[in-house]
Design a protein around this ligand. Structure first.
Ligand SMILES: *Cc1c(COP(=O)(O)O)cnc(C)c1O
Length: 388
């Protein structure tokens, strides 16, 4: 029906009516009716647009995009496309988000050479946006939040993450996120004029009819893409309740893993992300391989972190990142998907527990190996819909 309606209207893109309705619904339901948003074809394009808009057409001298090294390549790539050099900071060992002290240190050190700050709301964690508004004011620097995994996160004040933020917030709806549609994103700001300008940039920089008046590209979401987003939104509350329950089950049954702190409000979970105990870093790849062998899909976001990826080693600036090295070295993403049953979750838990108890690892122990026949009992392919 809805597909036929699109066909009959003969309007397949260019912020058509399906898209317009979705954007309105999004602001109403996810952002308490506050601010404006715009869809994009994916969050990476959204970050490129938001960063380009933030830096405007100012100075041409070398400038930096300050971001944590513990994030996805997309943020650094977007900064590089905008002609900026990623300046990588440390993370907090508890929240795994940008370390406030290190951010302040780099803001003081690099001053006006920092063109934009790009914090990451790590795995949907509710980072302190008031602090970033204060940074915007104090340092006169724009802030673009990479909130790729945060659609569904509710802050302590009961509003969707990002609501009312004066900078720009970029969300992803990629298949790996809680709000998954395949490929899509949303750019939000409490500043309506900024969203208006971003929309023109997203449409070839056309400030006037077929006339480019600013930097631009084509980042538009098709009407069919918007329809998928709308349908996802309509049932999203159920999705969030389910994912919250899966995560609670992981937390309760896996006390040896360290998870991000539980906050007031609600965190959207794209995977079941935890840290292996201290000293397990050197054994993580084998642990991951054993899970895979037992049919448990798993991943290690974000390892390697940015400063460990060859392109960013050459094109980013960073110093010692030992906290990031440690966290990235021990992180493991367990399966999280919408059709996951309690039995599926328990199966994952059983394999993880079995792997962990079979081997008490100390930092000095050599890499261990496991008799595979034990884990084979669980081989029933708990697939993870989470591979980039
Ligand atoms: C998924 C993700 C992105 C990219 O989103 P796309 O919609 O796939 O372009 C950017 N940053 C982070 C931190 C992500 O997790």
């Amino acid at each position: 029906m809805a597909l036929r309606a699109i066909e009959e209207r003969r309007m397949f893109s260019n912020f058509g009516p399906v898209n317009a309705t979705f954007e309105e619904d999004m602001v109403a339901r996810m952002f308490s009716g506050v601010g404006s948003c715009m869809t994009v074809c994916n969050a990476t394009i959204g970050l490129m647009l938001a960063i380009q808009q933030a830096i405007g057409r100012r100075s041409t001298r070398p400038r930096y995009a300050l971001m944590p090294s513990f994030t996805f390549a997309a943020a650094a790539q977007a900064a590089l496309w905008c002609g900026l050099t990623p300046l990588l900071c440390e993370i907090d060992p508890v929240t795994w988000s940008a370390c406030p002290q290190d951010e302040e240190r780099l803001l003081a050190l690099y001053g006006d050479d920092i063109a934009v700050v790009v914090p990451y709301a790590t795995f949907g964690y509710d980072i302190d946006l008031m602090r970033y508004e204060a940074i915007m004011q104090r340092h006169k620097v724009p802030v673009v939040v990479d909130a790729a995994a945060s659609l569904g996160t509710v802050s302590a004040d009961g509003r969707g993450f990002g609501t009312g933020f004066k900078g720009t917030v970029v969300f992803s709806m990629h298949a790996t996120k809680a709000f998954a549609t395949g490929e899509a994103g949303v750019v939000y700001s409490n500043n309506q004029d900024r969203i208006h300008e971003l929309r023109q940039m997203c449409n070839f920089g056309f400030g006037q009819a077929r006339t480019a008046t600013m930097p631009g590209l084509n980042g538009k979401l098709s009407e069919i893409g918007a329809l998928l987003c709308q349908q996802r939104l309509n049932t999203f509350e159920e999705t969030m309740i389910h994912r919250t329950a899966v995560m609670a089950r992981y937390r309760a049954a896996l006390p040896d893993l360290t998870f991000q702190p539980i906050q007031r409000g609600r965190q959207a979970h794209q995977f079941g992300v935890g840290l292996l105990p201290e000293g397990w870093g050197p054994h993580r790849s084998q642990f991951s391989a054993e899970l895979t062998a037992a049919g448990i899909g798993n991943a290690t976001y974000f390892s390697p972190h940015l400063a460990q990826q060859s392109y960013f080693v050459e094109n980013a600036v960073f110093e010692d990142l030992s906290v990031t090295d440690d966290i990235a070295g021990r992180v493991i993403s367990l399966p999280m998907f919408d059709t996951m049953t309690e039995a599926d979750t328990d199966e994952v838990i059983a394999v993880v527990r079995q792997q962990m108890s079979a081997h008490t690892v100390s930092a000095s122990m050599p890499a261990w190996s496991l008799p595979l026949d034990v884990t084979n009992a669980f081989r029933r392919h708990v697939a993870a819909d989470q591979v980039h």
